[in-house]
Write a protein that binds this ligand. Structure first.
Ligand code: PAF
Length: 289
């Protein structure tokens, strides 16, 4: 595996791969890699001649300074995992290398960014789009791999590719979960032992919601999920004032991301949730139809 921290090195290697007519799969990451990321690398490995993985904590997609500062950084370990997973290129640029000048570009995505994460994290998706577009331009991938845990992000990238008139194939990949059901996330490593033990309740609640959707209407399922998590600490004896604080739970059309009112409103529907636990913001999603 070649590790590059400069754009010059990366683009030279990409030029070589292109002239040898090799296909390129890109896995953009912010590091602190776990099995979820490695599943993307594995899939990219199967489908491409060259697998490039970026490891870059993108400051312009954080609307919260503390979240950026606390974001786990484990580059040495990340590189060892990538080497083992069979990546060919690891790109680990500095902030100055990626953004030599202040970023002035702002992306708009219309209704798909006006729900869920969008209004709660102003500027987040524009920041994601800026870095992902730059990574697309630098690595010129045939395919790009993203995890479905960030379900809304996938819709944003799909729209970005449309705006770019790009032929890059977007490959959404299923969530990887711990044995107890918690969706793997780099943020999980910030949970205390007690919080980590109780965190699988999020997915358990989502699974029960899917069962309820067979006989309850959308609004009732939605309210039940929010209420079950918000009152969990009252019904269960949680230590140290631990509690779930749901930020949102929306049941949306899986393409337009607009909330649905009846199950028949969309051919495909998913439930997306953001919950605070122990000062950590966790997100997850589940498919209803
Ligand atoms: O999903 C992430 O880790 C990030 O949003 C991404 C796509 C790597 C852009 O920084």
């Amino acid at each position: 595996m070649n590790t590059f921290s400069t754009i010059a090195e990366l683009t030279a290697a990409i030029a070589d791969a292109k002239s040898a007519k090799k296909s390129i799969g890109l896995v953009p990451t912010m590091g602190a890699l776990h099995e979820g990321h490695l599943s993307l690398v594995e899939r990219a490995r199967k489908e491409n001649d060259i697998v490039a993985v970026s490891v870059f904590v993108n400051p312009i997609q954080f609307n919260n300074k503390e979240d950026l500062e606390k974001y786990p950084r484990t580059v040495e370990n990340d590189l060892a995992l990538l080497e083992k997973a069979g990546a060919d290129i690891a790109f680990t640029p500095s902030v100055e290398e990626m953004y030599p000048e202040p970023v002035t570009t702002v992306y708009h995505f219309g209704p798909i960014e006006e729900v869920m994460e969008g209004p709660r994290r102003p500027g987040h998706f524009s920041g994601v789009a800026v870095v992902v577009r730059r990574l697309f331009e630098l690595t010129q991938p045939d395919r790009a791999y993203f995890g479905e845990k960030d379900f809304q992000q996938i819709a944003i990238i799909r729209d970005l590719l449309r705006q770019m008139n790009s032929k890059i194939e977007l490959v959404p990949c299923p969530i990887v979960r711990a044995d107890d059901g918690l969706a793997l996330s780099s943020r999980n490593m910030r949970l205390s032992k007690e919080a980590r033990e109780v965190a699988p309740t999020i997915y358990e609640t989502l699974q029960q919601a899917v069962e309820m959707s067979e006989y309850e209407d959308v609004e009732d399922v939605k309210l039940w999920v929010l209420d079950t998590l918000a009152s969990f600490h009252e019904v269960n004896d949680l230590p140290n004032g631990l509690r779930f604080e749901p930020e949102y739970f929306e049941i949306v059309n899986d393409t337009t991301l607009q909330p649905i009112e009846k199950w028949d409103d969309a051919q495909g529907s998913v439930g997306c949730i953001a919950v605070w636990l122990d000062g950590v913001r966790l997100i997850d999603m589940v498919r209803f139809r």
